[in-house]
Design a protein. Structure first.
Length: 206
């Protein structure tokens, strides 16, 4: 799946893969994973990155009001902080609370350094308490609903079939009488439009 398809997967609530991560894996406990990352184990860090990178990006994208460049810049900063400051956790919610606090502080520092505003940004000035991931998921879900309303019913149904119901593209092509490549090309255009619509909605939210 290409990056646009992955970033606009409809799994969970919508804007970004993946759904809320499970604790590491059945074989590797969260405590073992965070312990390994803390001691500098590169393989463990890659595994940790795979589990949480997109969740953090989603969080930062909402904080940045849809500014992908800023979200990616801060994500790199957060990744370095995680590698240097990793603590040991055996509880998923505590781990996420710690990571989201790191990400939020990095966002505030980044805004201050760029001097976008005439005054310093404080935690209280952010629109809602985004330390709770549910708030982010709710916001993104509302953005998705709004974005899909800009498509024709047939286009919206095609997007839902491909990315919510995950019907194989070949099956959708056969049903519609189109070639696989034609359908794939059309979905690419719709996906790009949806992405732009979602990001624009985030940028202009109150």
């Amino acid at each position: 799946m290409n990056s646009d398809a992955m970033s606009l997967s409809f799994r969970g609530v919508a804007l970004l893969q993946p759904p809320l991560p499970q604790s590491a894996s059945p074989e590797v406990s969260l405590r073992a994973l965070t312990t390994a990352v803390r001691r500098g184990d590169e393989v463990a860090f890659v595994q940790f990155h795979d589990l949480y990178n997109l969740r953090l990006y989603k969080y930062l994208l909402v904080l940045a009001k849809g500014d992908e460049t800023e979200a990616r810049e801060i994500l790199q900063i957060v990744a370095l902080k995680l590698a240097k400051k990793m603590q040991i956790f055996d509880n998923e919610s505590r781990l996420w609370a710690w990571m989201s606090r790191l990400a939020r502080n990095a966002f505030i520092d980044h805004r201050r350094s760029r001097k976008r505003d005439h005054h310093l940004i404080s935690l209280e000035e952010l629109p809602i308490d985004l330390s709770d991931c549910v708030a982010i998921e709710t916001r993104l879900s509302a953005c998705l609903t709004h974005a899909l309303e800009t498509f024709t019913p047939e286009e919206a149904e095609l997007l839902r079939a491909a990315y919510i119901d995950e019907i194989p593209l070949q099956s959708l092509a056969d049903e519609s009488g189109q070639s696989y490549k034609a359908l794939e090309s059309r979905l690419g255009r719709l996906r790009k439009k949806l992405k732009l619509t979602l990001l624009n909605h985030l940028r202009h939210e109150d």
